[in-house]
Each structure stands twice: as C-alpha cells, then as structure tokens.
Design a protein around this ligand. Structure first.
Ligand code: NAD
Length: 255
C-alpha cells in the first residue's frame, strides 16, 4: 500500500463534528476530513451541506440546541472522535464602538459557543482512543489588529481556553489545539468587502497586511485543522498553529 493511500485514510472509522461547517473554513475542513475517511456532521445555523457531509441545524449560542445536535450525531454515527469548534462571527470597531449587548452577543457565539459544544461532546470524546479538539481562533488573538477590539477579545479568550482545556484533558488523552488564521477568502470576508466603501481598495489592504501578499484559501486552514485533528499530530497539544501568511511572525520590507 502506498504512503498516499495511508494518509488518505487517516480518518477512516472516525466521526467528526465541525461547527460552522456549512461555509468557508468549516466547510473546507469538513470536506477534507470526509475526503480522508471520516464521517462528518456540520453543526450550523444552515443545515444545507453537500454530500457526503451530514448537515445538522444548531445554534452554538443555544445550549439546548447544541446538546440535541451532538446527541443526534452520536446516535447516528455511533460515537464522536473529533470536534472542530469553528463557528464564529465578526465584529468591527474600537472599544468605544460596540454597546454591551453586542459584546455579549459576539461572546455568546465565539466563546460560549465553544464552551457549550465542548461540554456536550466531552462524554463521547472520552470513549474515543483518537480524541482531538481543534478550535478556530485567529491572528487577532495575538496581533493587536486595529478596529477589532471586541472580535480580538473573543479570540484571545479562545486561545486561553484552548490551552486551559488542553491542560485539563491531557491526562485523559484528549488533545486540544487551535489554528490562528490570517485573512481567509471566505464568504465572511466577501460580505465584509461588499460592505466597504471601496471593496477593491479594501481587498488590496487585506492582501498587503499578509507578507505573502495574498489572502489565504479556506483549504489551507482546513489542512492545518486536519493535521491537528489527526494521528500525525499525536504529540501536539495546547498549541496555536498560525496559518496567516507570515502576518504574526514576520517583518518584511515594504513592497
Ligand atoms: P463564514 O461566515 O464563511 O462561515 C461561518 C459559518 O458559521 C456559517 O456557515 C454560519 O452559518 C455559521 N455560524 C455562525 N453563527 C453560528 C451559530 N451561532 N451557530 C452555528 N453556526 C453558526 O466564516 P469563516 O470565514 O469561514 O470563519 C469561520 C471561523 O474562522 C470563525 O470562527 C472566524 O472567527 C475564523 N476566522 C476567519 C478568518 C477569515 O479571514 N475568514 C480569519 C481568522 C479566523
């Protein structure tokens, strides 16, 4: 059997849940995991996903909805091995721009969404011998981006939560890691650009922010998530893997 065949079957026999799996990074991740042999359920406000993915309507901001969705997936798949906490929403503005209700609303999804899904999944992950959790964090957790105070605060919490959960679960053999993407060309960024006064100039500014000079593809982030979810990263827990075109670590000469 060739090496490629082994790698393609990396997730054979495993079950995965990807929140926010109907679009962008989540859909690319779900598709990649399924392509490598996993059964994958996408928990999303939008349950419409292409075959062979299973779409399950769920709102990570609602505890009952998350519990029901995880129970349904476990009943259908017979267990759960991999949880990708990816659902998230954006927010723009400085610390003065968003009212308290908006701070609560975005934390409900980006932070408490992960808490709820992880709590609901853990009893099932504990029965797996390949248990892994991967959270979609952001370069905003560490970089100090302008005009993103609320969003950055939620992602800083995701980074801290990732490390704390990794410490709590390491002796149980459950690994917890996160990815920190830069700017990824997803429908989310499409909406952001559409709303900008000059979308072309905004796209150019987003490209220029990354030393590679281009936006990332969702599949590039999905590959990093799959690595952290899979057996080839068995020695890795409590880490954040930057997939940011060099944004967080490099200083380059102006073009
Ligand atoms: P996207 O908008 O394309 O997809 C997000 C998906 O999450 C959608 O299908 C949406 O329906 C779902 N979702 C939103 N709220 C939900 C809720 N309450 N319950 C269940 N599902 C919900 O976005 P994306 O760009 O793919 O972003 C995915 C993740 O990546 C987010 O956590 C985001 O913070 C993170 N991220 C994105 C970028 C980027 O540049 N696109 C950069 C860094 C981090």
């Amino acid at each position: 059997m060739s090496e490629t065949v082994i790698e393609n079957a990396e997730f054979s026999g495993l079950s995965a849940v990807v929140t926010g799996g109907a679009s962008g990074i989540g859909l690319a991740t779900a598709t990649l995991l399924a392509g490598r042999g996993a059964r994958v359920a996408c928990l999303d406000l939008n349950p419409e996903v292409p075959a062979p993915l299973t779409g399950v309507r769920a709102d990570v901001a609602d505890d009952a909805s998350v519990r029901a969705a995880i129970a349904r997936v476990v009943a259908e798949f017979g267990g759960l091995d991999i949880l990708v906490n990816n659902a998230g929403i954006g927010a723009q503005g400085t610390i003065e721009d968003n009212p308290d209700d908006e701070w609560r609303r975005v934390h409900e999804v980006n932070v408490l969404g992960i808490v709820r899904t992880t709590r609901a999944a853990l009893p099932h992950l504990r029965r797996s011998s390949h248990a892994a959790i991967v959270n979609t964090c952001s370069v905003a957790a560490t970089a100090g981006l302008p005009d993103r105070a609320l969003y950055s605060a939620t992602k800083g919490a995701v980074l801290a939560l990732t490390r704390a959960c990794a410490a709590d679960l390491v002796r149980e053999g459950i690994r917890v890691n996160c990815v920190n993407p830069g700017t990824v060309d997803t429908p989310w960024i499409g909406r952001l650009l559409d709303a900008a006064p000059d979308p072309a100039a905004e796209r150019a500014a987003l490209r220029a922010r990354q030393p590679t000079g281009r936006l990332l593809a969702p599949e590039e982030v999905a590959a990093a998530i799959a690595h952290l979810a899979g057996p080839f990263s068995g020695g890795t827990t409590g880490t954040a893997l930057a997939v940011d075109g060099g944004m967080s670590g490099l200083r380059v000469r102006p073009a």
